[in-house]
Design a protein around this ligand. Structure first.
Ligand code: PGA
Length: 242
């Protein structure tokens, strides 16, 4: 059975003062809560991992380089992330694919680098508005899955997030049938060790729509941007997990 996961993504938001929100979140999470992962900007990883010690909260980064170290100014490697105490890293978020021209092959290599450092890779996939309109969504997802999820992916080292680009930060959410169609499709592509990988939906998830989305059979949680910034917005999403 795939694990239920509520993951947050602060993107490029948060200075040390924002750690108060994490503190507040920890106090609002039931001890038996499903897995909760907060993916933070790099400078908060170390203090956040300290804060999250002995709690149900895990900490993740938002990207990693493919190399372990070297002449890559401004980048962060997977071993550096692991050294902070973080356990997860998002790879292939559509904002990275768009802003940094990351290809499926780049994301594949980043996922491998994450595994090599002992991190769980949260690999993101999703179609653009144009691709949705063209009717090529499932084809796009198939290509991204094949190109960015390495052989050896399992529930132990990988989480997959389906995030339609047009739903991210827009308040637009696909219909429940549209989400179900893509999640069923992804689940059908995963076999062997990969069969139990948790599949998260992402894109304008909030407390008011989370329960309906989590009721979909092959949705095992969410990757949440805007509504993860405040404990009072995110805790109800965690509590809506099945
Ligand atoms: P959003 O972002 O919840 O603000 O739409 C989701 C994401 O980018 O992971």
């Amino acid at each position: 059975m795939p694990v239920q996961i509520a993951a947050g993504n602060w993107k490029m938001n948060g200075t040390r003062a924002a750690l108060d929100e994490l503190d507040a979140l920890v106090t609002q999470l039931p001890a038996t809560a499903a897995k909760v992962v907060m993916c933070l900007p790099a400078q908060l990883l170390f203090p956040a991992a300290k804060l999250a010690e002995s709690t149900v909260l895990s900490i993740g980064a938002q990207d990693c380089h493919t190399a372990q170290s070297g002449a890559h100014t401004g980048d962060i490697s997977a071993p550096m992330i692991a050294d902070t105490g973080a356990t997860h890293v998002i790879v292939g978020h559509s904002e990275r694919r768009a802003d940094h021209a990351e290809s499926d092959a780049d994301i594949h290599a980043k996922a491998r680098a994450a595994w090599d450092a002992g991190l769980t890779a949260i690999i993101c996939l999703g179609e653009s508005a144009q691709q949705r309109e063209d009717g090529s969504t499932l084809e796009v997802i198939k290509t991204q899955l094949a190109g960015s999820v390495p052989q050896g992916a399992s529930a132990k080292n990988t989480v997959i997030a389906y995030e339609p680009i047009w739903a991210i930060g827009t308040g637009l959410v696909p219909t429940l049938d549209q989400i179900a169609e893509v999640h069923d499709f992804i689940r059908a592509q995963l076999s062997g060790d990969a069969a139990d990988i948790s599949l998260l939906y992402g894109g304008s998830v909030k407390a008011s729509n989370a329960a309906d989305i989590f009721a979909i059979e092959n949705v095992n949680g969410a990757l949440v941007g805007g509504a993860s910034l405040k404990a009072s917005d995110f805790a109800p999403i965690v509590n809506a997990l099945r």
